[in-house]
Write a protein that binds this ligand. Structure first.
Ligand SMILES: Cc1cc2nc3c(=O)[nH]c(=O)nc-3n(C[C@H](O)[C@H](O)[C@H](O)COP(=O)(O)O)c2cc1C
Length: 198
């Protein structure tokens, strides 16, 4: 896998530094046993009230019609993802299971589960790339996602591909440095807007 470790200003755990969002994905199928590990990692995410408001729809070689349907939901800008062997769709349940009240943190917790999954994928040497660029209404209809559940992100999964197989513009993006906003833009001390100086 092409490595693009975070140029962190202070050292962070290597798995976090190594995770990134590649677009170059091989066509080789991912073993179901590995998908099982990824879902287990998601399963152990923390959540408000331990409500576990996440669902994942899995699209792989075992149902190519469903996988084609999932691919058909991607926006044009994500055409690079069409050859990926696996797509996952994360879905948030919007109300608590125990009392049916709205769960303001449901989508937050799905994000936590997905980050677990993506980090586990990194550890297994797999590419994992989350995408907002898909037609959520179409996915709801095609995959019969009920009301009260919100499609959140498509996640590309696969083995690392070759940089040379991407179109030139995407090769450039693939090689571009990973960047982040500086701490003072978003970490505040005591009150909003007051930069935190560690
Ligand atoms: C919720 C979410 C939606 C995203 N949507 C897309 C997308 O539609 N297409 C894409 O190529 N990347 C998408 N990304 C990847 C981001 O662009 C990427 O995470 C960001 O640029 C930081 O780069 P890194 O993940 O390599 O650190 C998405 C990431 C997240 C978490």
């Amino acid at each position: 896998m092409m490595e693009k470790p975070a140029a962190s200003e202070v050292p962070i755990t290597s798995l976090l530094a190594r995770r990134w969002s590649p677009r170059s994905v091989d066509r080789r199928e991912v073993e179901p046993g590995k998908l099982r590990v990824l879902l287990e990692a998601a399963r152990w995410a923390p959540s408000c009230f331990n409500d576990q408001p996440w669902h994942y729809l899995i699209f792989d070689h075992r149902d190519t019609a469903a996988r084609e349907a999932a691919r058909s939901c991607l926006v044009g800008g994500n055409a690079w993802a069409l050859q990926a062997p696996v797509l996952l769709l994360s879905v948030a349940r919007e109300s608590f299971a125990h009392d049916g009240k709205p769960n303001r943190h449901g989508q937050h917790d799905v994000g936590l589960a997905s980050e677990n999954l993506v980090l586990q994928a990194t550890d297994l040497g797999l590419v994992a790339h989350q995408m907002a660029g898909f037609d959520a209404a179409k996915a709801r209809s095609l995959f019969q996602i009920p009301e009260g559940f919100t499609p959140m992100a498509m996640i590309v999964l696969g083995y690392p591909g070759r940089l040379e197989d991407l179109p030139p513009a995407l090769q450039e993006r693939e090689k571009a440095p990973r960047v982040r906003r500086p701490l003072e833009d978003w970490a505040f001390a005591g009150k909003w807007g007051n930069p935190f100086h560690p």
